[in-house]
Design a protein around this ligand. Structure first.
Ligand SMILES: N[C@@H](CCC(=O)N[C@@H](CS)C(=O)NCC(=O)O)C(=O)O
Length: 232
């Protein structure tokens, strides 16, 4: 059984979707990141970075337990555990898949996250930061749109972990001031992925805890204040 320490955010959803697509049994351990569960000793023992998602596979390589954090590393692991599903087998497809997976991890995730921070959460509205991340979010959508004008999926012909990593950051586009109609290839890809039953199950995991409305002062303190930056 695989324990998944998680919360219903885009990075959490990647792993929920991957597990659902691969048909692996898993046990959800909620980590309420607004309440500060990510700083509890039992979670810090798995990830010093105190960010969800993380997994513990009690039946890892050689039958030994393995603990992993970083969503893409987890997806690569889960793919290899199941004989390479969700990563193309041919070398060009494989490296293309890893390339777009890293593009998501190094570009889409961090940049969209900064957009959310400066537009939705920062107590001060800083025009320079808002403009920078608004432009960056649009630019990254253009890059994805160009790629998806060449191939049905990010890695090429096959649906892969690159799509699984990226999809949760593209759904709910209005949260980033994006109209998918402006990116027709991204929209076509989004709609195909959103229709997959495993994806629909994955985004439902812990959905009853999804943020609705403004962040409270207590949550703000946990996420952006002294609790977040205390030395551990
Ligand atoms: N690169 C990491 C990012 C993980 C991440 O940023 N997780 C967020 C939720 S989406 C989190 O746990 N935030 C808790 C916090 O900021 O204290 C991954 O892909 O797993």
């Amino acid at each position: 059984m695989i324990d998944v320490w998680t919360w219903p955010t885009p990075n959490g959803h990647k792993v929920h979707i991957g597990l659902e697509e691969l048909g692996l049994a898993y046990n959800v351990i909620p980590v309420n990141i607004g309440k500060g569960d990510q700083f509890k000793p039992e979670f810090l023992a798995i990830t010093p970075n105190h960010r969800i998602p993380a997994i513990v596979d009690h039946d890892g390589p050689g039958g030994k337990k393995i603990e992993l954090f970083e969503s893409a590393a987890i997806l690569i692991y889960l793919s290899e555990k199941t004989g390479g599903k969700l990563i193309p087998a041919d070398p060009i497809g494989r490296y293309t898949c890893l390339q777009w997976t890293m593009f998501q991890m190094g570009g889409v995730g961090p940049m969209f996250g900064q957009y959310n921070h400066f537009v939705a959460y920062a107590p001060e509205k800083i025009p320079y930061a808002i403009e920078r991340y608004t432009n960056e979010v649009a630019r990254l959508h253009r890059v994805l749109d160009k790629r998806l004008s060449q191939a049905p999926y990010l890695a090429g012909e096959e649906y892969s972990i690159a799509d699984i990593c990226t999809f949760p950051w593209i759904r709910n586009p209005d949260r980033r001031g994006i109209k998918l109609a402006d990116y027709p290839n991204v929209k076509r890809w989004h709609d195909v992925i959103a229709a997959r039953p495993a994806v629909q199950r994955g985004v439902e995991v812990l959905s009853e805890n999804q943020r609705r409305g403004q962040m409270t002062d207590a949550e703000r303190e946990v996420m952006f204040g002294k609790t977040q930056f205390a030395a551990r």
